[in-house]
Design a protein around this ligand. Structure first.
Ligand code: SF4
Ligand code: F3S
Length: 111
């Protein structure tokens, strides 16, 4: 199994998740993160850290479709391991659902 990041992260990118990951398997896009499914050791410690519930185990049916998406972008985007400030208007987007129309495939800066 693995944990994945879903579209709740888009335009928020709170980054509370990255520092707790023991294997540093988060990768940064311009406006969201993903988890590399083959690197995640399924420890689950990141899941409760996310304020918008964007991190979900793929044992939940709704998460299965996100595994290939997380794999695809984790192989293109830089690794991120340290928390920075969230996106400036993150709080305006935290209650918005179905945010794929706002997805930006450009890489983030990583660290
Ligand atoms: Fe990292 Fe554990 Fe979260 Fe997987 S479940 S991304 S290993 S903190
Ligand atoms: Fe995204 Fe939640 Fe992490 S908003 S950056 S998955 S803390």
């Amino acid at each position: 199994m693995t944990f994945i990041v879903n579209d709740n992260c888009i335009r928020c990118k709170y980054l509370d998740c990255v520092e707790v990951c023991p294997v540093d398997c988060f990768y940064e896009g311009a406006n969201m993160l993903v988890i590399h499914p083959d690197e995640c050791i399924d420890c689950g410690v990141c899941e409760p850290e996310c304020p918008v519930d964007a991190i979900v185990p793929d044992t939940e049916a709704a998460a299965v479709k996100w595994v290939s998406f997380n794999r695809e972008y984790s192989e293109q985007w830089p690794n991120i391991t340290r928390k920075r400030d969230p996106l400036e208007d993150a709080d305006d987007w935290k209650d918005v659902k179905d945010k794929m129309a706002h997805f930006d495939a450009a890489p983030g800066t990583g660290d």
